[in-house]
Design a protein around this ligand. Structure first.
Ligand code: NYM
Ligand code: MG
Length: 216
């Protein structure tokens, strides 16, 4: 595990398909946590960094890359930020993240890459204290605004990604929570807020556990 101080920030991740409400909910949680202390909101891919610029070109179909190569770039994009995440948590800042390694594995495995091969490069990243998986039924998803025209934003791909997100190996030693994302924004937020506050209280009472490494 990573070295940490006695009191650290908590690390929460939002996962789900495109259009599942991750951005909305992660920003609402960040706003809620700001009432108790400093918060850092982040998203993956972070398109601003060196690897992120290539990822952005790939997603916008400006460049082509082998499935394996883009998979490793997505993972590298997280490793670029890993030290910063650990440092922020150590400083007592809560970190809220829109997508993480779980998207990395689910989207690449959905293209046919071997699941364990996909998981390997992300092994050892800082583990979140809670993952909220926002799930929407295909029929609810269809009611939402149309997909954009980035890579992966089509029904066939989303259907395959949904299946990959169900794999138990993705959730091994991970505080994973399925959240019904078909409901109203405020209802979903209230449920997540209650869960997060319970996790924070338990940590305060039992003492903070060190930041574990993912899938180790
Ligand atoms: N995506 C995201 C991956 O394929 N692998 C990853 O590791 C991550 C973090 O990028 N369709 C895909 C999922 C999305 C796309 O993300 C861009 P967003 O959150 O839609 O901007
Ligand atoms: Mg998207």
């Amino acid at each position: 595990s990573w070295p940490t101080t006695a009191s650290r920030g908590m690390f929460f991740v939002f996962e789900g398909l495109d259009r599942s409400g991750k951005s909305t909910q992660s920003k609402l949680l960040a706003k809620h946590l700001e009432t108790v202390g400093p918060v850092k909101w982040m998203c993956f891919p972070n398109r601003e960094t060196a690897t992120g610029m290539l990822i952005d070109l790939y997603l916008r179909k400006k460049i082509d890359l082998p499935d394996e190569a883009i998979h490793l770039l997505f993972s590298a994009n997280r490793w670029e930020a890993s030290r910063m995440i650990v440092d922020e948590l150590g400083r007592g800042t809560h970190v809220v993240c829109d997508r993480y390694a779980f998207s990395g594995v689910a989207y690449s495995a959905a293209k046919g890459l071997d699941f364990e091969w996909c998981r390997a490069p992300d092994v050892g990243l800082p583990t979140p204290d809670g993952v909220f998986y926002l799930h929407v039924t295909p029929s609810e998803g269809a009611k939402r605004s149309a997909f954009g025209d980035e890579r992966y934003e089509n029904t066939a791909m989303q259907t395959r990604v949904r299946e990959e997100f169900k794999r138990p190996a993705l959730k091994e030693r991970v505080a994973w929570r399925d959240v019904d994302g078909s409901r109203e924004v405020g209802v979903i937020h209230d449920e997540i807020k209650a869960t997060v506050d319970a996790i924070r209280l338990a940590e305060q009472e039992n003492g903070h556990r060190p930041i574990a490494r993912l899938w180790v």
